[in-house]
Design a protein around this ligand. Structure first.
Ligand code: M6R
Length: 369
């Protein structure tokens, strides 16, 4: 059942192009409009929404952090993303005009379930993004958008994450479409580019041998840091989480802009630091800033592992290891930038002799609070 792979995780990483394509299937028409008929929250209700709150845990929370950028950019509705386990304890402000999005692969995560119950009690509408048909979270929500990743067996989430991102982008674009905000050429072109992502993920998968080699060479390290900006920041958090749970290594993700507010003190000779570089097109300010961050950490001896768009020559002189990814629109970059980090963590876990599919102390579905 592992389809010739040593681990389910490897199989699931390889299945990502299909998972992404399947999640888009039937949801975009020939004219580039979205038809999410399954989202049974009526148009008038969606047009009244004045706040979006995303609740989720772990990797699904990282998908939610990325969704915040997309939702606010494409719909101009304020959006917050919260850890489900923190949400209801701080007495959040919710009402009938709040749309709560609960993201969960399993649909059984207790923290997320309790958060959505709390939100519904306050009158908010809840949309679930879920990978498991008929599970508790979608059953208790007002509507559900299923991800079509297929069953995910490995404890470390990979293909479910990519499809959660796709679903979040679809919801963001759909909200834009229904409300008429930003529904024009920009969004239409994003929809087209979303349709190319499966091929691009495939391209990334084809070029992973140097990443595996690099991972093996770092097997005896104690710490790896991850830096990103904008949507690259949650990607950095996700890279760090993968490494913690699979390699049992100390790994931390930071917003690169925070470096000088503390974390730069951690930088020492030969410390591996992975940096996710935003596209040099579009938001060039972000790009320039991260290039100086890379220079700063390298000047202090860090071993820089740079994930950047193919053809990004500005980063090359400062990258001890350069991992190139295809060019995508800025907001979609996490779909391709996360893949090398999954491969990196999986290979490091293997090199350290860890159980890849079933890391110690973890369960696939966390049904206790
Ligand atoms: O099933 P869910 O998406 O609700 O699970 C949430 C987290 O427990 C899950 O993403 C966890 O962080 C993964 N093991 C990460 O790889």
């Amino acid at each position: 059942e592992k389809g010739g792979y040593d681990y389910f995780m490897l199989k699931e990483i390889a299945e990502q192009p299909k998972a992404v394509a399947d999640t888009l299937l039937g949801r975009i028409d020939a004219a580039g409009s979205l038809s999410l008929d399954e989202v049974r929250i009526p148009g008038p209700v969606l047009r009244e929404v004045d706040k979006v709150v995303i609740v989720a845990c772990g990797t699904a929370y990282h998908a939610g952090l990325i969704a915040k950028y997309a939702i606010e950019h494409w719909t101009r509705i304020p959006c917050e993303t919260e850890l489900a386990s923190e949400f209801r304890y701080r007495d959040p402000i919710l009402d009938q005009r709040t749309l709560v999005i609960a993201i969960s692969q399993s649909g059984e995560t207790m923290d997320t379930l309790m958060a959505l119950r709390h939100a519904r009690e306050q009158g908010a509408k809840v949309l679930a993004i879920c990978n498991t048909n008929g599970s508790t979270i979608p059953r208790e929500s007002d509507a559900v958008l299923y991800t079509h990743a297929g069953p995910e067996v490995a404890v470390a989430s990979t293909k479910a994450f990519l499809t959660q991102l796709v679903a979040c982008y679809l919801v963001a674009l759909y909200l834009g479409q229904v409300r008429g905000t930003k529904w024009g050429d920009e969004v239409r072109s994003v929809v087209r580019e979303l349709s190319d992502i499966a091929t691009q993920v495939d391209e990334v998968l084809e070029t992973m041998e140097p990443v595996r080699e690099l991972a093996r060479s770092l097997a005896d390290k104690g710490t790896v840091l991850f830096l990103g900006r904008h949507v690259g920041y949650p990607v950095a958090l996700e890279g760090a989480l993968k490494l913690k749970e699979l390699a049992y290594m100390h790994a931390e993700g930071f917003a690169a802009g925070e470096l000088k507010h503390g974390p730069i003190a951690l930088i020492e000779e030969d410390l591996p630091v992975v940096v996710v570089v935003p596209s040099p097109r579009g938001r060039s300010v972000l790009h320039d800033k991260i290039v100086s961050n890379i220079q700063e950490i390298r000047a202090r001896g860090a071993r820089t592992i740079v994930i950047a768009e193919r053809g990004d020559e500005a980063v090359r002189p400062y990258a001890d290891h350069l991992i190139e990814i295809p060019a995508t629109p800025v907001l979609l970059q996490p779909l391709v930038a996360t893949v090398p980090l999954q491969v990196f963590a999986c290979e490091l876990a293997t090199a350290r002799g860890n159980e890849v599919d079933q890391p110690r102390n973890l369960a696939k579905s966390v049904t206790v609070e």
